[in-house]
Design a protein around this ligand. Structure first.
Ligand code: ADP
Ligand code: ASP
Ligand code: MG
Length: 428
């Protein structure tokens, strides 16, 4: 049997997970289109689990209400509130499927059960029970499961962090041993950079798992990083594709569209040195100035920050002058005030530091590519390009397959476009 035929045969009666994002679920008409698309897959003989996000704007609206009522809301209550968006869209999708003659049932995370730890607003999935889902599928139903949420061992509802429905979908696909996880979204795949920032961005037919992991961790929100981690750990075949095409396009065409995340560096693949540019807009920088330079500085400064559950990203410690040094690191902008407060109350006096300073208006821009391993000069090309645009680099960090710089947020988009051009990413 040739490979192509084998693939088609094995796709017969496959269990497939579909995930639809907020825009894809954004109106009654769009939900009906999702139902049509799902019904098409089911009629082709597949068992389908669908993981929808909240309707677009809904999670922001819900969190906005919470913030109007409390300056520092309890994360448990935030999860109680934010998780409702997905419950609504799941129920609506089940109804749309039923109205179209497709048997369907929806479940919230706690009904499945999707067990998580208790880290409210950024919980991690620990296990997923599959019996109920598998028996519904066997009885011919489409099973709709809320994205973004789970339940901890106390029975409290948790959420998985912004963009977390991607992670729900890939984790469910892993738990059920699904053939494939299809992430339907409002762009038709993973691009060399966010197509909303750079017109010249080009869709990638494939991207290696490693590159996708870097892109996601460096800020490309097309996939939540944890979903990519799950895909890697459990080897879930994951594809990003458009939900905005005609829902009735032929299955064969849909199955090969978008961007596939691959696990091997295929030799036939375009041997690009750089595959993409990622950015994180909402970063912040904090500096502890004039600390006595002695062992334990990093620990004394970052310990209390870690205890407060604040993620630290880039770090530099300056050369010391007269026994004093400056220590700078970045945090998500949403944690800036909290970080400054901790440094002022718990660190400054204790360490004899002169001053705590910061800048909440910085962004991080990164170039990513596995090809960097075997090429030199990528960093200097990046730095030259930025200098030609008059953009000052505040911090730098590198790994084998990426280089990141921290810059003033007002130059972020300019930097992305200039780098996209310099590395000729618009060309195949
Ligand atoms: P969904 O609601 O479907 O989860 P998201 O808004 O979370 O959709 O993610 C899709 C968006 O990600 C796109 O609309 C696009 O603006 C953005 N994006 C950022 N980087 C990329 C990239 N490299 N390729 C494609 N989309 C990207
Ligand atoms: N609705 C959630 C959010 O807006 C989860 C998701 O869309 O993936 O972050
Ligand atoms: Mg998303």
């Amino acid at each position: 049997m040739n490979a192509e035929l084998y693939f088609r045969e094995s796709m017969h009666m496959a269990l497939i997970v579909h995930k639809y994002g907020g825009t894809s679920m954004g109106s009654v008409e769009r939900i009906q289109n999702v139902a049509r698309r799902v019904a098409k897959w089911q009629k082709a003989g597949h068992q389908i689990v669908v993981v929808p996000s909240a309707m677009s704007g809904e999670t922001n609206r819900l969190l906005g209400l919470a913030n109007q009522l409390h300056p520092n809301p309890d994360p448990r209550e935030l999860d109680q509130i934010a998780s409702t968006g997905e419950q609504v869209s799941s129920g609506l999708l089940a109804l749309a499927l039923q109205a179209a003659g497709t048997p369907a049932v929806s479940y919230a995370g706690w009904q499945v059960v999707i067990r998580t730890d208790s880290a409210h607003t950024k919980a991690r999935i620990e296990s997923i029970e599959k019996d109920k889902v598998l028996s519904d599928l066997a009885s011919g139903k489409v099973v709709v499961i809320t994205g973004f949420q789970g339940v901890d061992e106390r029975g409290d509802i948790t959420t998985l962090g912004r963009g977390g429905s991607d992670t729900s979908a890939v984790a469910i696909a892993a738990a059920l041993g699904a053939e494939e996880c299809l992430i339907y979204t409002d762009v038709d795949g993973v691009y060399t950079t966010d197509p909303r920032v750079c017109d010249e961005a080009r869709r990638l037919e494939r991207i290696t798992f490693e590159e996708m992991l870097e892109m996601a961790s460096l800020g490309s929100k097309v996939l939540q990083i944890r979903s990519v981690e799950f895909a890697g750990k459990y080897r879930v075949k994951t594809r990003v594709l458009s939900s905005l095409t005609d829902p009735m396009i032929p299955l064969q065409q849909e199955m090969t569209s978008g961007t596939l995340i691959t696990f091997e560096e295929d030799e036939k693949m375009e041997a690009a040195i750089i595959s993409g540019i990622a950015f994180a807009r909402d970063e912040a920088k904090v500096t502890v100035l004039g600390v006595p330079d002695k062992p334990g500085i990093a620990y004394q400064i970052l310990g209390p920050i870690a205890e407060a559950n604040i993620d630290v990203d880039m770090i530099i410690q300056n050369q010391s002058v007269d026994g004093k040094t400056d220590f700078t690191f970045t945090v998500p902008r949403s944690e800036y005030q909290k970080a400054i407060e901790i440094l002022k109350t718990q660190v400054q006096a204790h360490m004899g530091a002169k001053e705590i300073a910061g800048d909440p208006k910085v962004s991080k821009v990164s170039v990513v590519g596995v090809g960097m391993r075997s090429h030199v000069g990528i960093a200097s090309k990046m730095f030259r390009t930025l200098s030609e645009e008059g953009i000052n680099i505040q911090m730098i960090s590198t790994s084998e397959i990426k280089i990141s710089v921290l810059i003033d947020e007002k130059y972020m988009e300019l930097a992305v476009r200039a780098l996209h051009k310099a590395f000729e990413l618009e060309q195949k």
